[in-house]
Design a protein around this ligand. Structure first.
Ligand code: SF4
Length: 198
């Protein structure tokens, strides 16, 4: 499937950077400024790569009326988002379901919901579909799926996140004070920890 190149007045910001803002705004600042990262190639990172290997390359498969597309590039002109979805399932009647692959066993994580909600903003715009009401996380450890409803509340949350990052990009120079540090348990294992705690 081919989509036209996106045109937008907003800079296209990687979806992962916007999702990261919910986790820690300062981390997004470091990503936007391409700050050096220090991170060991620990088992979590290696497991994460392995979890995505099966969907790293684009493919299209058909199962009866279902079409499955992997590694699909997505964007929202309206909100200035670009990214890639691991898998998108296209059902009859323009029903669309984004599916993200994660390492480990089935669990609940608000960050997963936020990532799916940002993807939903893009997919609804690209495919003019109002039939995107949920997304799923597929856990490679136990091959279970966790479903997240993607309704009005989740859409509003995603728009607030995208707007927050967009507004902070309006300055000629990014101001780190616009991206506060959380400085809590989330810092454990953060690839920017050395830089952040200077
Ligand atoms: S070390 Fe902590 S405060 Fe700094 S970017 Fe990472 S998570 Fe955020």
């Amino acid at each position: 499937m081919s989509q036209k190149a996106p045109q937008t007045d907003r800079p296209l910001i990687p979806l992962s950077f916007i999702a990261e803002y919910a986790y820690c705004p300062r981390s997004t600042y470091y990503l936007l400024t391409d700050a050096p990262r220090v991170r060991d190639e620990n088992t979590y990172i290696q497991d994460g790569r392995a979890a995505h290997r099966v969907v790293d390359k684009p493919y299209t498969r058909h199962r009866n009326a279902l079409r499955v597309q992997s590694s699909l590039r997505i964007y929202s002109r309206q909100y200035g988002i670009s990214g890639v979805v691991d898998v998108v399932e296209f059902y009859p009647h323009n029903v669309i379901v984004p599916v993200e692959f994660k390492r480990g066993k089935k669990r609940t994580n608000p960050a997963h919901r936020q990532q799916l909600a940002l993807q939903a903003l893009c997919l609804r715009e690209m495919f003019s579909s109002s039939h995107l009401t949920y997304g799923e996380i597929f856990f490679t450890g136990d091959r279970q799926r966790k479903r997240y409803t993607l309704g009005d509340d989740e859409q509003k949350e995603a728009i607030v996140l995208a707007d927050a990052v967009y507004k902070r990009l309006q300055k000629d120079l990014l101001d780190p004070h616009d991206f506060p540090q959380h400085r809590d348990a989330r810092c454990d294992g953060c690839c920017f920890r050395d830089l952040c705690y200077l």
